[in-house]
Design a protein around this ligand. Structure first.
Ligand SMILES: *Cc1c(COP(=O)(O)O)cnc(C)c1O
Length: 360
């Protein structure tokens, strides 16, 4: 049998989560964010699975968008950071990609482009994230300039990105919403504000277009399970199986650096998944791992291709016993908290070595 490590991707759960995202803002259109290979799930499969639920898809760069077209997918795709050089406009025109416009250089490139079919354009406004976008007071001028261009289609969307939507009642979120409202007062522009945490927790951020990423994959953008995320279903199960077992005496150590020591007679299981697969080396001893459905604890440093788990308290442990690193019974956000990061990072880091197995 081949190495048992794999990522199961539950496409029914994905569609369920998309439906849930839609239900939070029923009048809105849904831009499903599939950057970073669909948060590690496989962007092509995700787009295919969501064709009926999503109105458009969001990616970080043109290569990601082209990979969708190469797979035969014709759905609208937004380049969420826009183009990085003028040459990309020719590709975007040919492939019918929508463009975020967030800086003056991008406007100038568009002015000089001579595409026959006008681009769908979103304008990014910086209301407090301080990362991309025009200042709020520049918006009317930018919008007028773009709207006058033959290379820009009517129906420009105005978007902003929230910095703290994952924190309840954060004053910056309120300030960002107020700045956008002021900058768009009296305008008929369609707005897009909400990422996953905002869609879940900030009703005032619901607008013409929702931009949901992480929640579609079933994680909690709040870093821990939350009542508002109870309706989501985890899409990825990262799983493997025990390949080797050994018994340690109290005082024996395990793994590189001998950082973990048995405090009791201990049964240790070896699982063929390591940091090269995307299971983080920063996972501390004690990080939960499910073995045969029982909660057990990581023991010692994660190696490149393997890790060890203390299975002393797992009944009837045996080679071949299934191991879940995260999934429906062990949420990725909890594992991430033991690694000093967020579930987003764990999902996108699952490496190409791990086969994705799709369940529809
Ligand atoms: C990644 C991204 C999103 C999605 O954020 P989630 O928290 O994953 O929902 C939305 N908008 C923009 C501009 C993004 O870059």
């Amino acid at each position: 049998m081949s190495r048992p490590t794999r990522a199961l991707v539950d496409l029914a759960a994905l569609r369920h989560n998309a439906q849930f995202a839609r239900s939070l803002a029923p009048a809105a259109r849904l831009l499903a964010v599939v950057k970073s290979d669909g948060y590690g799930h496989g962007a092509v499969e995700v787009v295919r699975a969501l064709h009926a639920q999503a109105d458009a898809f969001g990616v970080a760069c043109i290569e990601e968008a082209q990979a969708l077209r190469a797979a035969g997918l014709r759905a609208p795709v937004l380049l969420m950071e826009g183009v990085f050089e003028p040459a990309e406009l020719a590709i975007a025109a040919r492939e019918n990609f929508w463009l975020m416009v967030e800086n003056t250089r991008q406007i100038e490139w568009l002015e000089r482009s001579r595409n026959s079919v006008p681009f769908g354009v979103w304008i990014k406004v910086d209301t407090g994230m301080s990362r991309l976008g025009f200042a709020a007071q520049e918006l009317p001028g930018v919008r007028a300039r773009l709207a006058a261009m033959p290379s820009v289609a009517p129906g420009i969307v105005v978007a902003t990105h929230l910095a703290c939507a994952d924190e309840p009642d954060h004053p910056l979120t309120r300030a960002q919403l107020a700045r956008l409202a002021q900058a768009t007062e009296g305008s008929d522009a369609q707005l897009s504000i909400a990422n996953s945490p905002a869609l879940l927790a900030w009703p005032a951020a619901r607008a013409a277009w929702s931009r949901a990423g992480y929640m579609l994959y079933g994680g909690s953008p709040f870093g821990r399970p939350d009542p508002v995320t109870a309706g989501l279903r985890p899409v990825m199960t990262l799983e493997s199986a025990i390949v080797s077992l050994r018994d340690l005496a109290s005082g024996d150590s395990a793994g590189y650096g001998a950082t973990w020591t048995a405090r009791r007679p201990t049964r240790l299981a070896t699982v063929p998944i390591g940091y090269s697969d995307g299971y983080p080396r920063s996972a501390a001893s004690g990080t939960p791992v499910l073995v045969g459905g029982h909660r057990a604890a990581l023991a010692g440093r994660v190696s490149m291709d393997m890790l060890m788990v203390d299975v002393t308290d797992v009944p009837e442990v045996h080679p071949g016993m299934p191991v879940q690193l995260w999934g429906p019974q062990l949420d990725v956000d909890t594992v991430a908290a033991h690694c000093g990061t967020i579930g987003y990072e764990l999902l996108v880091r699952v490496s190409p070595r791990v086969p994705r197995v799709y369940r529809s």
